[in-house]
Design a protein around this ligand. Structure first.
Ligand code: ATP
Length: 244
């Protein structure tokens, strides 16, 4: 199998409030990603990145086009397609806010058919790796945004899926936490043969983690390039400025 993510001509429109018109968020995007590839999705606000990610991970159904994950069609074989992916959305909606950090990790491990012993050692390993040990018994709603974001990524790793989608993983974080998350994602990208697709406005994140950059604007792909070629083509500063 050549492509682990294969989307063909997907389109998504939303109804406009108090109007018969629609907002065409994604206007016909085709994208193929190979196993182990790390792809950055860039583009200005409103370009369609979140909509695209939500369609790829099955949270939104395209109005037209197909999404295949590991050859399973998201429409016809949804549960099989979903088994291969995890997703970290903006706002950490994959977490239980009234549970503690450790309880969240335990809860989501429990969904994976692991024994109690396996759960305990996996949870300890993730707490250590994500520097969350000191916060293990604190409720998620008391944590900083950065801590919540780290926990979200740790939860996504629990399932050990082939693909991880991340929507703006460093948005709104302070420089230190942003750097910490960048380091963690770089380790995951380089060491675990995961296929990663992340949207970001943060050029250093994309530069560090991704091999390939897809730029979306107005619901369409305008550039699909190897990251180094892109950096050679443009001055990074000027480029990131145009994407804000
Ligand atoms: P950002 O970087 O600001 O998150 P984005 O590139 O992720 O932007 P989307 O969130 O996918 O872009 O939005 C694409 C377009 O679709 C925008 O015009 C947005 O206002 C619109 N849109 C997104 N979600 C909805 C919705 N639920 N209902 C109506 N319009 C929506």
């Amino acid at each position: 199998m050549e492509y682990i993510i294969d989307i063909q001509n997907v389109k998504k429109w939303y109804p406009k409030k108090k109007s018969k018109e629609v907002i065409e968020a994604v206007k016909g995007i085709s994208l193929q990603v190979k196993r182990g590839e790390v792809v950055g999705l860039l583009g200005p606000n409103g370009a369609g990145k979140t909509t695209l990610i939500k369609m790829m991970c099955g949270l939104l159904i395209p109005n037209e086009g197909t999404v295949k994950i590991n050859e399973f069609d998201m429409n016809a074989n949804r549960s099989k397609a979903l088994k291969h992916l995890s997703v970290v959305l903006e706002g950490n909606r994959n977490l239980y806010w009234r549970l503690t950090v450790k309880e969240n990790l335990e809860y989501f491990s429990g969904n994976r058919g692991m024994s109690k012993k396996e759960i305990s050692s996996k949870v300890d390993e993730l707490l250590e790796r994500f520097n969350l040990k000191g916060k293990a018994h604190e409720q998620v709603n008391t944590l900083s945004r950065g801590m919540q974001q780290k926990l979200s990524i740790a939860v996504a790793l629990l399932a050990d899926t082939d693909i991880i989608f991340l929507d703006e993983p460093t948005l709104g974080l302070d420089i230190e936490t942003s750097y910490e998350i960048r380091k963690l994602l770089t380790e995951i990208a380089k060491g675990e043969n995961k296929t990663i697709l992340l949207s970001s406005h943060d050029m250093p994140v994309v530069q560090d983690i991704c091999q390939r950059v897809v730029i979306v604007n107005g619901g369409k792909i305008i550039t699909d390039e190897n990251v180094q070629n892109l950096l050679d083509l443009f001055d990074t500063k000027a480029y990131s400025f145009t994407l804000q």
